[in-house]
Ligand binder design. Structure first.
Ligand code: ATP
Length: 232
């Protein structure tokens, strides 16, 4: 579904992404894990067209999307939930969700119902202002907003960030659930343990390079990964 081949991304003189290649197949949860500053967010931003690669290519469903503008990608079925949620704090839950529909027309009430089924907590709070939601609820809202565009591929940037352990588990349950219902997911996480436990496959990023890849199970069992990312 998604093929990233030989991308190199720079911030001025800083070479942040060094010749990265990986792929995501339909129906998979694939995770990119790595420490602070490894290049996970940069990789997602490059796929979603917010940053440019100097080399290589990015293909989505057989079409070249390298350096295509972010707003054009949503209509092709690619949605990103950014790091730190970025919901509209002054708007209600429902208004936030409506912002996620890229064709604000007839389908919206049905799409709202679909999202409320996935996230019953949001339904209870549909008229509440987003700024007063808890961190976990804001994460659900950001994910629900992305689901409003019926993405074929959902890219999640650190959904567990800043959440209490119980909520982290809930968010990962939701991720598994979305995948079971047909969403393909590219998941960027610092919480390697949780990410690898739900992912079919994973890639480990270190200072802008992919250093290891394998199934979620293989990576979780690997002594090097245990030592570097899973607290021994
Ligand atoms: P984190 O888990 O902390 O979010 P990350 O793996 O997502 O980290 P990136 O945010 O992709 O890492 O950063 C990769 C590298 O690029 C880091 O060295 C970072 O300092 C650098 N970088 C990121 N954004 C910029 C920027 N706007 N200008 C300059 N350097 C940047």
């Amino acid at each position: 579904m998604l093929k990233v081949e030989g991308i190199n991304v720079y911030y001025g003189a800083i070479h942040a992404i060094k010749d990265i290649s990986f792929e995501v197949n339909q129906g998979e949860i694939v995770t990119l894990i790595g420490a602070n500053g490894a290049g996970k967010t940069t990789t997602l931003q490059t796929i979603s067209g917010l940053l440019h690669t100097r080399t290589g290519s990015i293909t989505f469903q057989g079409q070249n999307i390298t350096n295509i503008r972010a707003d054009k990608l949503v209509s092709r079925g690619l949605a990103q939930v950014p790091e730190g949620r970025r919901v509209f704090l002054q708007m209600s839950v429902q208004e936030n969700l409506e912002m996620g529909a890229y064709q604000p027309q007839a389908g919206v009430p049905k799409d709202l119902e679909m999202v409320f089924e996935l996230f019953p907590r949001l339904k209870e709070r549909r008229n509440q202002v987003a700024g007063t939601l808890s961190g976990g609820e804001q994460q659900m809202l950001a994910m629900g907003r992305a689901m409003m565009s019926h993405p074929k591929l959902l890219m999640l940037d650190e959904p567990s960030m800043g959440l209490a352990p119980l909520l982290v588990e809930q968010i990962f349950e939701i991720i598994k659930n979305l995948n079971k219902q047909g969403s393909t997911i590219l998941l960027v996480e610092q919480n390697a343990q949780m990410a690898l436990s739900v992912a079919h496959r994973g890639y480990v990023l270190e200072t802008g390079k992919i250093v290891t890849t394998g199934t979620g199970e293989e990576l979780i069992r690997s002594p090097e990964i245990k030592k570097a990312y899973l607290g021994g």
